[in-house]
Write a protein that binds this ligand. Structure first.
Ligand code: BES
Ligand code: MN
Ligand code: ZN
Length: 500
């Protein structure tokens, strides 16, 4: 999609659809909405007066001008109540409008920047948010549909009357479009079926990105991992015909700042192994590499935005399968940092991959290490699908920065405790630690207590993104739809841009 900002009157644009917005509870349209309503002979006022359109957040209605303006349709989208309006709502509203335009088969759309006028938002921030929302709302995954009924948007123009605001808005739109595209890149990876997106596919994608956007990338194969002593990931990978990959991406701008290391769980399919999942529990498990995809997408965004902070992406990638070679409950594995792990549940595989990757991260002397993982069903139960990512972090500054980035980006994180007593649940009779407490009452905290043993010597945050990675038809990510959400790119890019 080509997204631009131009100076002018929205009403004068010629497009398949114009997008205007309206606050809930206001009787008369204002700003660009009023200007268009005047030309439409008060059709928008009539719509509002009828009660058929209330202006509730993300509510959409479509009007059809009959020659009064050049455009074929007017999409009006609800902003919700003015007192509740914020940056994320501007992003959502743009998403709802873009999704509607795509559903109507529009190729060209012209829109105001929601929130920049009466909404009172900073112009650059608002422009960035609406560009992100437009990319997210227009997204569809149609690669495997023989009949490509969805065309998608080709040209999207934001129209601003005030020429002094134009440069700031163009800056914002550029950033927002990059971040939106990188998020959709992540959604594509996660939506790929697991017979296509295996560990080697992830490695190939990372190599493509490195060539296209100019950062270093290399992968460790099984032999190299064995030589290093990464026994935990290799245990998980043993049952699969697809070899494990350890992907290392380094975006290193010229600066002496210490790098931020991002670690992403890359289980391309999680059957549970011999501690096998139910058919129902396995249904969404192609999304078990959503953390890995978010790391690829964030390094891509950092390189495209030319951020002035080094970013390293580490992705341990494996399948979790069953075969005559698969690891068993009771196996003992030795991780990269020398700690031994008794496998009490082969379905607690993600933490095994992360154990080796977190130990590997130490060699970068990082300013911080942040891991993203679809790690536990318990996180989803605790926070609800679409609620927030569970954030475990004892470093005050890192936690504050993540929380602030979550609020600004609309990708929420919720602080969870890392009580020392959680560790006792993980005591093993035969090894240094076991990978599962074997008691569902210990919940999401036990997984974080396990990871802590391998995240030594740096500031660390663990984000359990199981609640956020994948949306369903009955629980969609409003208003951006079902399937992969691309969670993490907006959060981490915002964090990196504002890093202190
Ligand atoms: N990938 C799953 C976690 C998951 C479940 C993510 C549902 C998204 C939706 C993870 O590998 C897993 O199986 N976790 C187990 C851990 C348990 C065996 C300690 C779980 O949550 O049941
Ligand atoms: Mn599992
Ligand atoms: Zn898993």
């Amino acid at each position: 999609m080509n997204i631009t900002v131009t100076q002018g009157n929205l009403a004068d644009q010629s497009a398949a659809a114009l997008v205007v917005s309206h606050f809930e509870g206001q009787t008369n349209p204002s700003g660009a909405t009023k200007a268009i309503d005047d030309k439409l002979g008060n059709a928008i006022r009539a719509l509002i007066a009828s009660g058929d359109f209330k202006g509730k957040l993300n509510e959409v209605a479509v009007l059809y001008p009959r020659g009064e303006i050049l455009s074929t349709r007017v999409i009006i989208v609800g902003l919700g109540r003015q007192e509740d309006f914020n940056l994320d709502r501007a992003r959502q509203v743009a998403g709802a409008a873009a999704a509607k335009a795509v559903a109507l088969g529009c190729r060209s759309v012209a829109s105001e920047v929601h929130g920049a006028g009466t909404g009172g938002l900073d112009h650059k921030d608002a422009a960035r948010a609406v560009a992100e929302g437009t990319e997210l709302g227009a997204y569809n995954f149609v690669e495997y549909k023989s009949k490509k009924e969805i065309k998608g948007l080709a040209n999207f123009t934001f129209v601003e009357i005030d020429s002094t605001k134009l440069a700031a808005m163009q800056d914002g739109v550029r950033e927002g479009q990059i971040i939106g595209e990188c998020t959709n890149f992540v959604r594509d990876l996660v939506n790929q079926p697991p017979n296509v997106c295996n560990p080697s596919y992830l490695a190939a994608k990372a190599n493509q990105l490195s060539a296209a956007f100019g950062f270093n990338c290399r992968t460790l194969d099984v032999t190299e991992m064995r030589d290093l002593g990464m026994g935990a990931i290799l245990g998980v990978a043993n049952g699969s015909r697809e070899p494990a990959q350890f992907i290392i991406m380094e975006y290193l701008p010229r600066t002496d700042r210490a790098p931020i290391v991002l670690v992403g769980k890359g289980v391309t399919f999680d059957t549970g192994g011999y501690s096998i999942k139910t058919a129902e529990g396995m249904a969404e498990m192609k999304s078990d590499m959503a953390g890995a995809a978010a790391v690829l997408g964030t390094v891509r965004a950092a390189a495209m935005l030319e951020l002035q902070i080094p970013v390293v992406g580490l992705v341990p990638a494996s399948e979790n399968m069953i075969s005559g070679y698969a690891y068993r409950p009771s196996d003992v594995l030795t991780a990269l940092n020398g700690k031994t792990i008794e496998v009490t549940n082969t379905d607690a595989e993600g933490r095994l991959l992360l154990a080796d990757a977190l130990a590997y991260a130490k060699r970068y002397n990082p300013a911080a290490v942040i891991d993203l993982a679809t790690l536990t069903g318990a996180a989803m139960i605790a926070l609800g699908r679409g609620g927030a990512a569970a954030m475990f972090c004892d470093d005050d500054l890192l936690r504050q920065q993540l929380t602030a980035a979550g609020a600004a980006s609309g990708e929420r994180v919720w602080h969870m405790p890392l009580y020392p007593d959680y560790r006792e649940w993980m005591n093993s009779d035969v090894a240094d630690i076991k990978n599962s407490a074997g008691d569902r009452n210990v919940g999401v905290g036990a997984s974080a207590a396990f990871l802590k043993e391998f995240a030594e010597g740096y500031a660390w945050a663990h984000l359990d993104i199981a609640p956020m990675a994948f949306a369903t038809k009955s629980q969609p990510m409003k208003p951006y739809g079902a399937g992969a959400t691309g969670f993490g790119v907006r959060l981490l890019t915002t964090l990196l841009q504002n890093w202190k």
